[in-house]
Design a protein around this ligand. Structure first.
Ligand SMILES: [Fe+2]
Length: 261
């Protein structure tokens, strides 16, 4: 992730971000489609967050609207960032309960698939669960650990993030559901991840940190939480000790082909 052709939009003197009408239309297309795809697939905690955020359908929301809800629920907020940020900034933000949101939206050509996280991914994918205290606590703890971690340790932490916050599944009384924001902002992966195609494993932090991933494919493997509270419990554990275990055990062989050069 070193280059992007997207530029985040800047706010005016009143802090208001103007988007052209065509960009509001992209938001409308994405949110309308995705709200129907996630029915019966997203977990209850996420759907509860969607209800609380009450996102507009016709226009891209302003960050202040999101902040009013998150602040009241868990003390989190969203922070406006450029399209790509360094790991250091990412961890600094999470450690202070700020979730980075790049204020740009994908073009219609990139509607189904985008490697850079845009405002739809960040707000629709991640913000609903930031209303959940257990999820919020885990994300905050994760940020604080990442801030202190070495470059090598951050690679392991990145895998933990990927296998939970981005691509996590969860068992519920109603059946297996999705909580990962990387899945919930992608129509294709929302349907694929719960099919019989990919492998599902019970969540294990050490195993998650030992599992390589690629950002540009449907995931071959997902880890399944027994319940949302498990993330809160993980936040009470010594994650850095688990990371050292993962490091000693080494990486699993990838379940995907190497990326073509
Ligand atoms: Fe994300």
């Amino acid at each position: 992730m070193s280059t992007t052709h997207y530029l985040a939009r800047e706010p005016d003197a009143d802090g208001f971000i103007h988007y052209p009408e065509a960009e509001h239309e992209v938001w409308h297309t994405l949110i309308t489609r995705q709200l129907s795809v996630i029915q019966g697939r997203a977990c209850a905690e996420y759907l509860d967050g969607i209800e609380q955020l009450n996102l507009p359908h016709q226009r891209i929301p302003q960050l202040g609207e999101i902040n009013r809800v998150l602040q009241a629920k868990t003390g989190w907020s969203v922070a406006r960032v450029p399209a790509l940020i360094p790991f250091q900034t990412f961890f600094e933000l999470l450690a202070t309960k700020q979730f980075p949101v790049a204020t740009f939206i994908r073009t219609p050509e990139d509607l189904d698939y985008l490697q850079e996280p845009d405002i739809f991914h960040e707000i629709f994918g991640h913000c609903p669960l930031l209303t959940n205290p257990w999820f919020a606590k885990f994300t905050h703890t994760y940020g604080k650990l990442g801030l202190k971690a070495s470059k090598e340790e951050r690679v392991y932490l990145a895998r933990l993030y990927w296998m939970t916050i981005e691509f996590g599944l969860i068992d519920t009384p109603q059946g297996r559901r999705i909580y990962g924001g990387g899945i919930l902002s992608s129509p294709k992966e929302t349907q694929y991840c719960l099919s019989h195609e990919p492998q599902h494993l019970p969540f294990d932090a050490v195993e998650a940190m030992r599992t390589p991933y690629r950002i540009d494919i449907l995931q071959p493997l997902y880890f399944v939480l027994p319940e949302m509270k498990r993330l809160y419990q993980l936040a009470q554990e010594d994650i850095m000790a688990l990371l050292q275990q993962a490091r000693q055990l080494g990486l699993h062989p990838p379940k995907f082909a190497p990326k073509a050069a």
